[in-house]
Design a protein around this ligand. Structure first.
Ligand code: AN7
Length: 382
């Protein structure tokens, strides 16, 4: 007898392709490459609104709890499944870290080769360790993400490689499912949806998901040429206002043009030539939203604040959404009574160096009760 036959495997969550099969470009022939990504928690913040003295609901979609620790898994399950369906034996991407971690993991799962181009010295240690651990070929370039992105496109013209960056339309198709999950959790769209913007695929994917769910076509979709097959079966009556936050040193959407030497502590969004430029503008314009920028200091303060007041540890890039929303609440740009969802795109453990650098150093004492009592008493204020 099958030892597990008494278990109800039909209710077992099997990843976002199975969950949203009817809303994704897959068929029964598509080999599903999954690590059970998606289905991430939507966590309501309580301490932060109190601290800000604002009567608002802020909810965090914690994408750091995906299998490789970032939202990239949503796009990668689709991109790698379709690559394998098409007979691909190797994938390639340029990355600031998280895409390479996800590509490496899903390539391992699919038993195909993976090549990743990363900017030397400018990716967080956790992400580098993932790409290496999963057995991808890690190529560090003396250049930035934008150089890598250009080179990947050149290489794929002549070599048998499938690009799994977000210019691959299946990436955005997978990532749009985040909107479906938010809608199912809240019952309808929030007033605002805020997220960090780097290569600009994710804000575009959010908008595709929200638009499809509301039965409305949108200009962020590079998949269906305006004839969206998923406009039936609505999940929502309306769409949110989309707000995209960039790091000040890497803010092409604020400058209105590409930036050649992007720089920020939030290395995930250290991108000056976003490939989803037009799609992201469509998301912003059609939703009545805006782009804004956060300084590195604001980003790190937001990251620390979220970790200390709510127990949620996201990576610096993700904190741009929190930092930006705090600023816009204080300015009154986002009004009282609003419901705001922030996408926390990646886990804080991805970048331990930056976390340790901005935190109080541990005290070192002798292994003696009195010494430790002294430290505790000082902090208890007793
Ligand atoms: C944590 O990994 O581009 O605007 O190569 O890792 O869709 O690019 C990462 C991007 C936000 C920006 N937050 O999303 C890569 C990469 C985190 C990220 C973004 C990234 P997009």
């Amino acid at each position: 007898m099958n030892m597990t036959s008494h278990l109800n495997m039909t209710s077992h969550y099997r990843g976002l392709i199975e969950r949203y099969r009817d809303r994704l470009p897959v068929s029964s022939d598509t080999p599903v490459v999954t690590l059970n990504e998606g289905n991430t928690p939507l966590i309501e913040l309580f301490n932060l609104p109190n601290l800000l003295r604002k009567n608002v609901r802020i909810l965090c979609k914690f994408e750091g709890l995906n299998p490789t620790g970032s939202f990239k898994d949503r796009g990668m399950t689709m991109a790698v499944s379709k690559a394998v369906e098409g007979g691909s034996k190797a994938i390639i991407c340029a990355s600031t870290g998280n895409t390479s971690a996800a590509a490496a993991a899903y390539a391992a799962r699919a038993n195909i080769r993976c090549f990743v181009l990363i900017p030397e010295g400018k990716i967080a240690l956790g992400k580098l360790s993932q790409a290496m651990m999963h057995g991808s070929v890690v190529i560090q370039i003396r250049g930035n993400f934008d150089d890598g992105m250009r080179l990947v496109q050149e290489l794929a013209e002549t070599m048998p490689l499938d690009i799994v960056n977000s210019i691959n339309p299946y990436r955005l198709q997978g990532q749009k499912t985040i909107a479906f999950e938010v809608l199912e959790a809240l019952g309808d769209a929030p007033d605002y949806h805020a997220l960090p913007v780097g290569n600009a695929g994710n804000i575009s994917a959010h908008w595709i998901g929200y638009s499809e769910a509301a039965g409305m076509a949108c200009g962020s979709c590079n998949h269906c040429d305006g004839k969206c097959p998923y406009l039936e079966n609505k999940l929502a009556t309306r769409r949110p206002i989309m707000v995209g936050y960039q790091a000040s040193g890497a803010a092409p959407f604020l400058r209105g043009h590409m930036v050649d030497d992007p720089e920020t502590v939030a290395t995930a969004i250290r991108i000056g030539h976003p490939v989803s430029w037009d799609l992201a503008w469509a998301a912003k314009n059609e939703s009545g939203g805006w782009f804004d920028e956060c300084t590195d200091e604001e980003i790190l303060r937001g990251q620390k604040l979220l970790a200390e007041t709510e127990g949620i540890f996201c990576e610096p890039a993700s904190a741009a959404s929190i930092a930006g929303v705090c600023k816009d609440l204080e300015l009154g740009v986002i009004g009282e009574g609003s419901t705001i969802v922030c996408t926390l795109t990646g886990h804080g453990l991805k970048d331990p160096d930056t976390a340790i650098e901005q935190s109080t150093k541990p005290v070192v004492v002798d292994a003696k009760r009195a010494a430790i009592e002294g430290v505790i008493a000082k902090h208890l204020g007793g």
